[in-house]
Design a protein around this ligand. Structure first.
Ligand SMILES: Nc1ncnc2c1ncn2[C@@H]1O[C@H](COP(=O)(O)OP(=O)(O)OP(=O)(O)O)[C@@H](O)[C@H]1O
Length: 233
């Protein structure tokens, strides 16, 4: 599998303050990665660094072999980085369908394919952004990112605040994207076991540095270690 993403000794932060230090990892096409760690260790900062929304203090970020460290955020999105931020950002005055069609790019994903994967969005297609439950908003946020035909989805705590039944529905969708559609994903999740069950590999951050990297299954199997790495201190 060709290399999709490679970070080499990335340090980044906000203004002068550095919140990520010496972060290196690579991902191949189709690979899935759980990004774990306690609150405030830099998980969201790492995702938004990939989108070019922090200040890069050092290191390099390669996307399909090309250096993207200085590439504007919208160009990264066009190049295939699909960011699904924690806040979801729905437009109250657009329907579900309009949210999707305004970003459609005529790639692999169209309305029909989206509705196949998210039948609930088909049912709600005429509802406005502010008439959706949290779970429906999360589905729409993921669907909207898919409409731009990304090569990777950056999912920032997709399950946060959702009812257990919706979590199960979303898990099924993400699993399908990874296993059947060959989509690469980076999943940030407080529910570490859930994220590990979805992914092939895992990295754990602590105070902006990678303190653990392994395959997801072996970390899932070592409950003590996992709790030490991610449990609230
Ligand atoms: N816009 C910002 N300006 C300055 N500092 C920030 C900003 N956003 C985050 N930080 C700081 O960067 C550090 C990492 O935060 P980040 O949100 O990336 O962590 P996280 O692991 O995603 O946490 P959480 O699980 O709580 O979302 C924290 O110390 C935080 O206070």
């Amino acid at each position: 599998m060709p290399e999709l993403l490679a970070l080499d000794r990335v340090s980044a932060g906000y203004g002068q303050s550095i919140v990520l230090e010496d972060v290196s990892f690579t991902m191949q096409e189709g690979e899935s990665l759980a990004l774990l760690g306690r609150n405030g260790v830099g998980k969201t900062s790492l995702l938004i660094t990939l989108m070019g929304l922090t200040r890069l203090h050092g290191g390099s970020i390669r996307w399909r072999g090309g250096d993207i460290a200085r590439v504007a955020t919208h160009k990264r999105a066009h190049a295939g980085l699909g960011w699904v931020p924690q806040e979801r950002f729905m437009f109250p005055s657009l329907s579900v369908e309009e949210h999707l069609t305004v970003v459609e790019r005529g790639g692999k994903w169209d309305l029909q394919k989206i509705y196949q994967i998210f039948p609930r969005l088909h049912e709600r297609r005429h509802n406005m952004g502010n008439q959706l439950s949290g779970g429906e908003q999360q589905m729409l946020a993921i669907a909207r990112a898919l409409m731009v035909s990304p090569s990777i989805l950056l999912l920032d705590e997709p399950m946060e605040g959702l009812a257990p039944i919706i979590v199960q529905e979303l898990l099924k969708v993400i699993r399908r994207l990874v296993s059947e559609e060959g989509m690469s994903v980076i999943v940030v999740e407080q529910h570490a076991r859930m994220a590990l069950s979805l992914t092939q590999r895992a990295i754990v951050l602590d105070r902006g540095r990678i303190v653990h990297a392994s395959d997801s299954q072996s970390l899932l199997a070592d409950g003590d270690k996992l709790d030490r790495l991610v449990a609230v201190a």
